[in-house]
Design a protein around this ligand. Structure first.
Ligand SMILES: [Zn+2]
Length: 51
């Protein structure tokens, strides 16, 4: 599986809108940082299913 954001091999698969998308390590970190920022502002990003 390829990373959703670049052409590298995906190291992780995450579910987004009930679809599985691949993320390489770098983009996973960026995504996590985005989520953390969004939560700091009190807004839940789309596709985040907290379990
Ligand atoms: Zn990537």
């Amino acid at each position: 599986m390829r990373c959703h954001y670049c052409d590298r091999e995906a190291a992780f698969a995450v579910e987004k809108d009930r679809m599985k998308v691949g993320l390489c390590e770098q983009h996973l970190r960026e995504r996590m940082r985005e989520l953390a920022d969004a939560q700091a502002f009190g807004a839940l990003p789309d596709g985040l299913d907290s379990k």
